[in-house]
Unconditional design. Structure first.
Length: 284
């Protein structure tokens, strides 16, 4: 038989000299199986990159003694802490030690006129006052990698205070999650102008603490996560909420959904301009 020469397969094999028909058939079958294996590996890798992800943020942390119970949640749950609160610094320190991602939960003026407390931002402040308070709040919770608003249905509608807020976040290379307490928010549009990584909250899990309501919202989260791929849920350190989460968070994994720290959202969101490697932008 006249020798045949098979070309390299994607650089994995040298030029092969084939001298018998049996040898030729064996090598062709081998190459066919190698190609099939390569396609399977490629499909697996692409499937991993498209896996649905959920960031779960527990905020309103810092006032109640029971807030310490959030530390029993898995470390890929993000904890957002109110500044200048009796327990905020202590919980943030412990959370950071355990490996939780920590955020600053900054109070902002609401349409209802709810009390803001120390560290709150309102529309009567000029730039120096607002940025000064924000700087103090960041110093109070030094592990914060990002910020989300507490209330804020009024302030997040106003361009000037949002410009000052996003300029501060840009300076510290922090991300922003809009709690979306009003549909008229301009916060994300202005974050985009400052190239601050940003995303909105998609689900509040516990506006109602009734077990049926918690279950309904959790099912909605599962559905939305599969549809959107990148989904942000916010909950609060109520005993009913924490009990429900401890019992049900494993359902995310069972549904093929990955629970990730909030900063992981910015690795998968298309066209969200912002800082590179946002997960490491704030050194521990």
């Amino acid at each position: 038989m006249t020798p045949l020469y098979l070309k390299p397969y994607y650089g994995l094999l040298p030029i092969l000299k084939v001298e018998t028909l049996e040898h030729s058939q064996f090598l062709m079958e081998y190459l066919r199986r190698l190609q099939l294996a390569s396609l399977l590996v490629l499909a697996f890798v692409c499937g991993l990159s498209e896996a649905a992800q959920v960031a779960l943020i527990i905020d309103d942390i810092g006032y109640k003694k029971t807030d310490h119970q959030v530390l029993a949640l898995p470390t890929n749950v993000t904890l957002s802490v109110l500044p200048f609160t009796p327990l905020g610094q202590r919980i943030a320190d412990k959370a950071n030690q355990q490996g939780h991602e920590v955020m600053l939960h900054i109070p902002m003026q609401s349409l209802q006129g709810n009390r803001l407390g120390k560290g709150g931002l309102n529309n009567d402040m000029d730039e120096a006052e607002l940025t000064g308070i924000l700087e103090q709040a960041l110093a109070d919770i030094p592990y914060a990698k990002g910020l989300n608003n507490h209330m804020g249905s009024l302030l997040t509608q106003l361009p000037r205070p949002m410009h000052w807020t996003m300029a501060t976040l840009q300076k510290h290379r922090l991300f922003f999650i809009d709690s979306s307490t009003t549909k008229y928010t301009v916060a994300r549009d202005i974050a985009q102008q400052y190239q601050v990584p940003h995303i909105k909250r998609h689900v509040f899990l516990d506006n109602n603490l009734d077990p049926k309501s918690l279950e309904s919202q959790f099912k909605h989260l599962l559905w939305l996560a599969k549809k959107r791929k990148s989904t942000v849920a916010i909950a609060h350190p109520h005993k009913e909420t924490l009990r429900f989460l401890v019992a049900n968070l494993d359902r995310l994994k069972q549904a093929g959904i990955e629970l990730v720290p909030a900063s992981e959202m910015f690795k998968t969101i298309p066209n969200n301009t912002g800082f590179q490697n946002v997960i490491s932008i704030k050194k521990q």
